[in-house]
Design a protein around this ligand. Sequence first.
Ligand code: SF4
Ligand code: SF4
Length: 287
Amino acid sequence: MESSRKLEAIRALIPYSCEIVPAGCASAVFFYVPYVPFKSEPGVARVDSFYAASNLAYNLAGRYAEKLREFGIACSPNPEIDYKAAIGGSVGKNTLLYRKGLGSRFAIGAILLGEELPPFNGAQYAEMPCEGCDLCARACPLGAIGERFDRGRCMRQYMLRPEQAGEEVWAAFEDRILGCDICQRVCPMNSEEEQPMPQEVRQLLDYGNFVRSLKEGNLGGFAKYFGKNYARKNSLLAMFLICAANAEDKRFFELARQCARSDSFRVRAAAAYALKKLRRRREDGVT
Ligand code: SF4
Ligand code: SF4
């Protein structure tokens, strides 16, 4: 099949904005799955809807690659390359990629082709108004955005491995167990639209249900929505303890006491924080 027919087949198959860029001595197809942030709700742990979109993009890349191979186009999905570096284009002060019409709210799916195709850009770069704008820098609770982006201060680095951070970061997590959207929320390049959590996600992340699933080691629902790489019991338990502590939810004091004896240092560190915060709350007699 000639290159132009292959390009047509790729574009006909993938209903999202996509780009084809050089990747080593071949090409890679990148497509952008948009998402709308979830509204947060009291008593429901916060997971950024980016992770649902990212999981979808991962699964779609597998399905698209299978189809492309049926068309005779050699390829493999989800290559282990740096997507952002390969794609390039508009980047915000928060180091996220931006595209016209999507802002920064998209997850990237990728397929590595077995050959080089002419570059194709089906997604337009956005003109970034970063010069003279510091909304994201002012909004970041940890001061990660400045002249340079300080990755070591961004709370996303410590999601699911909170023991590597300190109490300043744990407090900034608030009720988040995965993801931080603060710098995207204030960016004028993004829409202010939000969506209610789908019922199934709300049930999954409801504090009581979530703890039950963790105790039973039943993380299939979490893996289905957000990806199996994130469905790790001790990591999620540690994040939940911090979330419950920040939400000052005394129902989980006993859980924190049990977790203080965990074999996992990650869980014990989070439990110590939860015990400190929730004990103070109990002593204050706040109901
Ligand atoms: S908030 Fe302003 S400075 Fe930050 S990424 Fe958006 S446009 Fe750029
Ligand atoms: S993701 Fe959150 S912590 Fe990281 S830079 Fe943005 S606002 Fe700051």
